[in-house]
Design a protein around this ligand. Structure first.
Ligand SMILES: *[C@@H]1O[C@H](CO)[C@@H](O)[C@H](O)[C@H]1NC(C)=O
Ligand SMILES: *[C@@H]1O[C@H](CO)[C@@H](O)[C@H](O)[C@H]1NC(C)=O
Ligand SMILES: *[C@@H]1O[C@H](CO)[C@@H](O)[C@H](O)[C@H]1NC(C)=O
Ligand SMILES: *[C@@H]1O[C@H](CO)[C@@H](O)[C@H](O)[C@H]1NC(C)=O
Ligand SMILES: *[C@@H]1O[C@H](CO)[C@@H](O)[C@H](O)[C@H]1NC(C)=O
Ligand SMILES: *[C@@H]1O[C@H](CO)[C@@H](O)[C@H](O)[C@H]1NC(C)=O
Ligand SMILES: *[C@@H]1O[C@H](CO)[C@@H](O)[C@H](O)[C@H]1NC(C)=O
Ligand SMILES: *[C@@H]1O[C@H](CO)[C@@H](O)[C@H](O)[C@H]1NC(C)=O
Ligand SMILES: *[C@@H]1O[C@H](CO)[C@@H](O)[C@H](O)[C@H]1NC(C)=O
Length: 715
């Protein structure tokens, strides 16, 4: 048994090793769109054809002359109807005055990823309908060079991302139709809204990744989206003019991520703001009403992520805003057990919250009372992220206050047990991620019927499942539903067996036994379990298990006695031995048993009927003998026939509740024993033959005792 235990330990350590290789963190709902740019107004798709000397291909409205890397430095004549022209990656460095003479009907043009260092005066004048221009990734541009571009008064969208611009030309502030301006990753230090006042249609301004330290305020009548992320701003931009009217009456999205802002002002004029990102700033104290409804009357989504060590305090009613729908505090390393720094009522007053992103904070040591004190009144929550928070336990109370909960993410925590009915209060739960925790079992009662009906995605992968009788139900469930279990079923492994949960099975009988009977049976059942995991092991240990079970349940002698009394026997004893041991049987056993004790022996070499099938011979001989004597020896060990005989005899004695009589001839190397022999030797007292007078006398005495039932009574 020792080596089995060792094997189990080895497997367990293997699975722990595998667990340390964990997947990375994701939270789809809270991921926002990456860098956007202008949309090309002409439709995509359509049939492509070569439209200029293999250097351009066209569709009905688009011409693509990109990627010519210097072999096409002018614009060829193109088919009528072309509205969008792509000239990116063409190694263009100068744009001459007549550059667009062949394509005056363009509405959009891309000059991105070139080396443009000069643009002739009037070059863009020919493009009377130009709306969209891409000039991103041109590192030699300067404000002065760009002047001719902004001469075009029809422009709606300009993309100037990833240059090295320090200024904009004066006329950029005079584009009457400009709606979207993408200007991120440049080197401008001042953002002059006052200058942009005459760009009256500006709706989107992406000014992220600049060096903006100073903002000159100005009325941005139509501005809806303002991205100022990744700048060194040290304070929140001014939003109210002297008369307490808003500079940004239509602003809905304000991205201030990764600046150096210390606080949120106590007066703000952002009447339409819905989406505010203050992640990665230096906010330390969130005092009561920091995000109050009066300051942010339309605020919907609030991001306060990755402030890491900076947030020191969240006071009661910090988020006192009934309009708030979601808050993200991801990556803030907040210790929610610390009642000093995070007030019990921090989340009071935002009763309409639906989404809460709390991943990558610390929830270890947070009791149910504390958790419910903090979040228990947020009964409208439908999405909670609490991945990677060192959460150790959940109870039936933890999530019971969230009847509308649809998505719950608890991945990469330290949860060991999912209590029965842990999600009973969440009958609408659709998505549950509990992957990479320390959960060992899931049973029929873990989830309620309502849970099982509503769940659409369940991720329990990467947990150290203990594959035993209790897990059978889960294993069946895992197998039966491929859509529910999002992760490949190969990431559900047994920690105790070298096996996947989905391929783990267990017969009903084995499980019934293990529940009701003694520890002894449990041991043999686990032996059986092991045996089933490795087919070879099944074969090897089959007799152990049967014999052990047989020994335990063997009780009454009736069957045996009745057989002896009623049976019709030709022989008293069937002797099973290896042919190499025949001389010993002939010279020693036969004289003693046949002549002295008067027993009739069935001995293979003498009594088997020639010409008859050997299997039948064995069967007949066994059936017509009262007892079976087996001579174990190294020869017996290595003989196939002997092993067959032994198997047959074992079955026979079990059927009749009898036992084999075993004598051991010489040292039988226990290391080499076949499993059935080992099983027999462990469960039967065998009689050892030793070649010395005293021992011989004892040998015959013991053998006679063992044969007592069949030794004829002699007076
Ligand atoms: C133009 O073609 C290049 C490759 O030839 C491709 O990478 C690029 O996306 C195309 N441009 C447009 C706007 O379809
Ligand atoms: C185009 O520009 C690339 C990048 O600078 C350069 O490697 C390549 O040699 C240029 N090709 C020509 C034909 O000028
Ligand atoms: C117009 O295209 C033709 C060839 O298609 C070319 O020879 C001519 O130079 C182009 N004109 C300009 C101004 O680039
Ligand atoms: C531009 O469009 C007009 C009509 O919309 C057409 O007459 C003219 O030929 C077009 N020019 C080019 C260069 O395609
Ligand atoms: C901002 O623009 C206004 C109007 O064009 C101008 O008067 C002012 O000098 C500019 N301020 C700065 C700091 O550039
Ligand atoms: C929370 O806001 C409401 C109004 O929105 C206000 O009446 C209440 O006093 C605020 N609570 C605290 C503690 O400031
Ligand atoms: C939750 O609501 C109860 C009763 O409405 C109130 O007593 C308690 O202070 C509230 N707790 C929080 C954290 O808002
Ligand atoms: C598998 O789970 C999905 C989602 O919960 C459910 O709609 C479907 O009926 C289930 N299929 C089976 C065979 O149980
Ligand atoms: C489960 O075991 C398989 C191999 O049996 C391994 O490839 C996989 O990584 C394991 N998965 C986990 C989550 O440990």
């Amino acid at each position: 048994m020792a080596h089995l235990t060792g094997f189990l330990l080895f497997l367990t350590s293997l699975s722990w090793f595998a667990l340390s290789l964990l997947p990375s963190e994701v939270s789809p709902d809270f991921v926002r769109k990456g860098s956007q740019t202008c949309k090309i107004p002409t439709p995509k798709g359509g049939k492509r054809y070569d439209c200029y000397d293999r250097k351009c291909w066209c569709t009905k409205t688009r011409a693509n002359c990109s990627d010519n890397k210097g072999s096409l430095l002018f614009v060829p004549r193109l088919p009528r109807g072309i509205q969008f022209l792509d000239l990116s990656y063409d190694n263009l460095s100068t744009i001459p005055q007549d550059f667009f003479a062949n394509v005056t009907n363009l509405t959009s043009v891309s000059l991105s990823n070139n080396f443009i260092a000069s643009i002739a005066e009037g070059a863009f004048e020919a493009l009377k309908r130009l709306e969209v221009v891409f000039l991103d990734n041109n590192f030699h541009l300067t404000g002065e060079v760009l002047k001719p571009v902004f001469e075009s008064k029809t422009l709606k969208c300009v993309d100037l991302r990833y240059g090295k611009l320090k200024t904009l030309p004066k006329n950029a502030y005079e584009s009457p139709n400009l709606e979207e301006f993408y200007f991120h990753d440049e080197k401008v230090t001042v953002l002059n809204f006052s200058g942009f006042e005459s760009v009256t249609k500006l709706r989107l301004l992406d000014w992220s990744g600049n060096y903006v330290k100073q903002i000159v305020p100005g009325l941005m009548r139509k501005l809806e989206i303002l991205d100022l992320s990744n700048n060194p701003l040290s304070s929140f931009p001014d939003t109210c003019n002297a008369k307490a009217a808003s500079f940004f009456p239509r602003l809905t999205l304000l991205n201030l991520k990764n600046n150096q802002i210390h606080s949120v002002p106590s007066q703000l004029c952002l009447p339409r703001l819905q989406h505010l990102d203050l992640s990665g700033n230096l906010l330390q104290y969130m005092s009561p009403n920091t995000f109050h409804l009066a300051l942010f009357p339309q605020l919907n989504k609030l991001y306060l992520e990755a402030m890491d060590i900076h947030i020191k305090n969240i006071d009661a009613f910090a988020f006192n805003n009934t309009h708030l729908k979601s808050i993200s505090l991801m990556y803030d390393n907040l210790k929610f057990s610390d009642e000093e720094s995070i007030a019990k009522d921090s989340f009071a007053g935002c009763l309409n919250l639906k989404g809460l992103q709390l991943s990558s904070n610390v929830f270890s040591g947070v009791s149910d009372e504390r958790f419910l004190g903090l979040f228990g009144n947020l009964t409208r929550l439908d999405t909670i992220y609490m991945g990677k928070t060192s959460l150790e336990r959940i109870s039936v109370r933890t999530f019971a206050k969230f009847p509308r909960l649809k998505s719950l993410f608890l991945y990469l925590n330290k949860i060991t047990v999912i209590p029965d009915g842990a999600f009973a209060g969440n009958p609408l739960l659709e998505e549950l991620n509990l992957n990479d925790n320390h959960v060992t079992t899931v049973t029929r009662t873990t989830f309620t019927d309502a849970n099982r009906h509503s769940l659409k995605q369940l991720d329990l992968s990467g947990n150290p499942f203990s594959c035993d009788c209790d897990l059978r139900w889960f294993s069946d469930w895992l197998r039966s539903n491929k859509t529910l279990f999002k992760h490949s079923r190969s990431s559900y492994n047994c920690s105790n067996l070298h096996q996947e949960v989905a391929s783990f099975t267990m017969p009903d009988q084995a499980c019934l036994l293990s529940r009701d009977t003694s520890e002894f049976i449990v041991v043999s059942v686990s032996l059986l379990l092991m045996a089933m995991t490795l087919v070879s092991a099944v074969f090897r240990y089959r007799w152990h298990i049967r014999l052990l079970l047989y020994e335990v349940f063997r009780g009454r002698d009736d069957v045996r006695r009745r057989r002896l009394e009623e049976g019709n026997f030709d022989y008293d004893v069937f002797v099973s031995y290896a042919s190499e041991d025949l001389p010993w049987v002939y010279a020693t056993v036969m004289p003693e048993l046949e002549h002295r004790l008067g027993l009739r022996l069935c001995v293979h070499e003498r009594d088997f009927i020639p010409g008859k099938n050997i299997v039948d011979n064995i069967a007949d001989c066994v059936e017509s003998s009262k007892k079976i004597l087996v001579v174990f020896s190294n020869h017996f060990l290595h003989s196939q026939w002997c092993q067959f005989e032994l198997a047959y005899c074992l079955r026979h004695v079990m059927d009749y509740d009898d036992a084999l009589i075993v004598v051991c001839l010489g040292d039988v190397a226990s290391r080499d024993l076949t499993s059935s022999m080992m099983a027999v030797m462990k469960t039967t007292t065998y009689i050892q033959w030793v070649d010395d007078d005293d021992a011989i006398a004892s040998f015959w005495g013991r053998l006679q005792m063992a044969l007592q039932e069949v030794v004829p009574n002699r007076t």
